[in-house]
Design a protein around this ligand. Structure first.
Ligand SMILES: C[S@@+](CC[C@H](N)C(=O)[O-])C[C@H]1O[C@@H](n2cnc3c(N)ncnc32)[C@H](O)[C@@H]1O
Length: 217
């Protein structure tokens, strides 16, 4: 067990060096989070050998864990402070959630697929992350019961910034999401100013689609 852990730590360091630092991300808090969170734990055993690959990896249910660099970039764009309460739409594997949980006070994360949420909760428990709260449902409706949030991160692509997200976000708060559809998506950082979202574009990206309830079978 020890040797597996040591092997994993050296691969983790290599991932951080080659895929994150070399691409210009230097924020110590974010780098520390990447060095402490074991990425393979979030991936089912049949796909785990690709855990440190420089790409998204399947997690089953037709979903993916995002590429490490994209997770880092979204975390940097969120600009998390220790006191922040964060809403995440799309728990997926839970890896992005765990990275955010190392950098902020509380993470409320919502996933539409029960089995993925259950699996992620299992990992959060094993890792001892007491500041993560998991919900199953349609994240396009936000999570008003625990609003307002300082930050919102959406990890599936949406062709709109839902009013529920704007309502749930504090004035001055930040939302980061892949905006667009299929192969035409941009990574957007928005700031809520006087009740409206003012956006900046941070380049192209590819995410699985957000599926609101009205499209579910
Ligand atoms: C790219 S994956 C998330 C990757 C995640 N950040 C990670 O690190 O593994 C997107 C997730 O969004 C979920 N999703 C899609 N539509 C949703 C919705 N309406 N509400 C909540 N989750 C949704 C998908 O089931 C999927 O697990």
């Amino acid at each position: 067990m020890n040797s597996w852990r040591e092997y994993d730590i050296s691969l983790r360091r290599q991932m951080v060096e080659e895929q994150i630092i070399r691409r210009g991300i230097r924020d110590e808090k974010v780098i520390d989070a990447f060095l402490t969170v074991p990425r393979p734990l979030f991936i089912p055993p049949e796909y785990r050998r690709w855990a440190y690959q420089d790409s998204p990896v399947s997690i089953g249910e037709g979903q993916t864990i995002s590429q490490p660099y994209i997770v880092a970039l979204m975390t940097i764009l969120l600009d998390l402070r220790e006191t922040d309460r964060v809403l995440e739409i799309g728990t997926g594997s839970g890896y992005q959630t765990a990275i955010c949980a190392k950098c902020a006070e509380e993470i409320f994360t919502i996933e539409r697929i029960q089995t993925l949420s259950d699996r992620a909760q299992d990992v959060f428990q094993k890792m001892g992350l007491p500041n993560v709260y998991c919900f199953v449902g349609d994240g396009s409706k936000g999570l008003p019961a625990y609003a307002p949030y300082d930050r919102i991160i959406v990890t599936a692509c949406s062709d709109t910034i839902y009013q529920a997200w704007i309502d749930d976000l504090k004035e001055g708060g930040v939302i980061v999401l892949p905006l667009g559809r299929e192969m035409m998506q941009s990574l957007i950082r928005g700031v809520k100013k006087r009740g409206r979202i003012v956006t900046e574009n941070h380049g192209g990206c590819v995410f699985v689609p957000l599926i609101p309830d009205r499209f579910s079978p």
